[in-house]
Design a binder for this molecule. Structure first.
Ligand code: ADP
Length: 189
């Protein structure tokens, strides 16, 4: 067997953390079992490597226009923001579906009337681990989290929306893990 034919396998074991690799020393057993290595990889994935662009509307946007925005942007959740992309609320596809069952005027009623409001919104940050964010999604039974940046204004903490993390992003990360693609920046910390 040649060195070259072994190299991809050694590289894979190094990626999993089972082997370590040092220049001029070579490969050595890192003392981790495959499960520990994989667990560490999962825990090191960060939201910043998997989030999507946020889709936001204003609280004055009509229900009709919000539904159009949902389709045009191919998302299931809209964030409701004020000036400077500050988070004010969230509307899901079911919130919108529910209101269409009533007899209200969709072209007049604003999303502000039906949205879930701050401070009752579950959020994540770019630095948070993807696993913690995924756990928030499952435990709060929601489809998406706004990725936010905390800003202090007039001694008050407010949240600026900088991204969107949905169940789809988590699914993509899971598929990437299976393919051995472990997220761009995950070795930075
Ligand atoms: P749907 O019910 O349309 O499938 P969700 O499960 O995401 O969508 O939302 C369920 C409810 O929770 C909705 O009323 C929605 O306004 C609210 N909601 C959605 N996302 C969040 C969030 N990140 N934090 C708090 N509430 C949310």
């Amino acid at each position: 067997m040649t060195r070259a034919s072994l190299r991809p396998d050694l590289a894979f074991l190094t990626q999993l953390g089972i082997l370590g690799a040092r220049p001029r020393v070579g490969y050595y057993y890192a003392g981790k079992n495959p499960y520990q290595g994989m667990l560490e990889k999962i825990m090191n994935l960060r939201v910043r490597d998997f989030f999507s662009v946020p889709v936001a509307v204003s609280e004055h946007t009509t229900i009709y226009d919000a539904i159009v925005a949902l389709f045009v942007n191919d998302v299931g959740t809209l964030f409701v923001v004020g000036e400077g992309q500050i988070l004010e609320g969230i509307v899901s596809r079911k919130d919108l579906l529910k209101i269409t069952l009533g007899k209200c005027n969709l072209n007049q009623m604003p999303v502000g009337v039906i949205m879930t409001r701050m401070p009752n919104i579950v959020t994540t940050t770019m630095e948070e681990s993807l696993w913690t964010a995924a756990r928030k999604i499952t435990s709060h039974e929601v489809d998406a989290l706004p990725v936010v940046k905390k800003i202090v204004k007039d001694n008050q903490e407010i949240l600026k929306v900088v991204g969107r993390l949905s169940k789809t992003n988590i699914t993509k990360a899971y598929v990437d893990l299976g393919l051995g693609k472990l997220g761009k920046g995950e070795n930075e910390n």
